[in-house]
Design a protein around this ligand. Sequence first.
Ligand code: SF4
Ligand code: SF4
Length: 409
Amino acid sequence: MHETILKAVSNTSIPQGSPCTHCGACLAVCPVYDILRTECFSPRGRSHLLTEIEAERLPLNTGGRFFEAMDACLQCGACSASCKAGEDTAARVLQARTRFKELHTIPKWAWHLLENRRLLDWTLPILSLVPQNSGLLLRLLGLFRHERDALRLRIKPAFKTAIDTITLKNSCKICKSSASLAGLRIAFFIGCVQNYIYPRVAEAIAAIPGASLCIPKDQGCCGMPAWTNGRPDTAKELALKNITALRKAEPDIVLTGCASCADMMRNHWPSLTGSKGIGRVMELSQFLVEYGIVPALAPKYKDMPLYAHIPCHQRYGLKDTTSLPSLLTGLTNGKTQVTQGCCGGGGLFGVKHTELSASILQKQLQGILSGNKGACVVTTCSGCLLQWRELSKAMGMPIEAVHLAELFL
Ligand code: SF4
Ligand code: SF4
């Protein structure tokens, strides 16, 4: 199979239905190809595979390799952004995930659970009692591959969700105060990871001075996991529920501390649902920069080398590579560096392809730790935070990983 694809991609003819010229520029930016060095796991190889299958020049029963190639894509978007010929490999892989049910490995009940936030609220604390290294959760989700993978998944849902904690503290269900920021109404979209795993991050955002937030109680998952796993119907269902919940707050701005949620809300909700008008979606670092809000850095971070990790969804989805670095540079008098490339998280990719995901992170860690005994990585995406914090810990790396908002606690 590998040889067939190599032979096919070195052929000078341009496949029908694809603008790809086989130049190979995308190979240099693909984090998966960077580790595997196998053509069918490169953007060019995936694109060619799809073209050949669509044109029925390759049979679909190509063994596991075709499906593996479609599954082992982070959906980071780096290939599409780098292609001068206009090939959107990330989108084509996503289409394949939607089309081929062989790629739908996560059981339907898990997606239904995600659609029902109330059910999820009481199910997750129960699931948190399952020993984290038993592999049971992975088995339930149909994602179990190797015994060693189970050891890496040590994520414990918090007992109380951030939505409940913050609204209890603020003793309001929908906050009506929005006097700061020139009377703007700001709705806070929390996202699953902050709601269930890192409520401290959501609390830190809610405590940022000057930003008076409404917290719509009926919000849930933004739909990004469903969307990137070829489940547009689930993603649409989630988007519609959120849009209804957010509209009740009549926001001028929808603020979120997760770049992936912001990408989903800004770039995919309108085309999925046909709905407009939930206000301007802003990721936290963009919001702080645009409104000139600069909270004080907590003392413990003052002398620590800080590394800004720009999430792929911020870099390629929101097309923003400046907000986080410029904010951190200002806070540290220029002592901030920027990590290059993807951390290997990619939502469910990190769970499905643990070894590969760890190898991608390892490359990032090598860059940061050469010459440093330890460092602090700052990011603006919940998925990246999970990857940097939990996987570095499991790998025994001396890295502290924080969300931008935690710098101000
Ligand atoms: S997808 Fe674009 S960048 Fe990649 S080989 Fe084809 S033309 Fe070149
Ligand atoms: S989306 Fe990312 S992981 Fe997937 S093929 Fe493109 S560069 Fe590679």
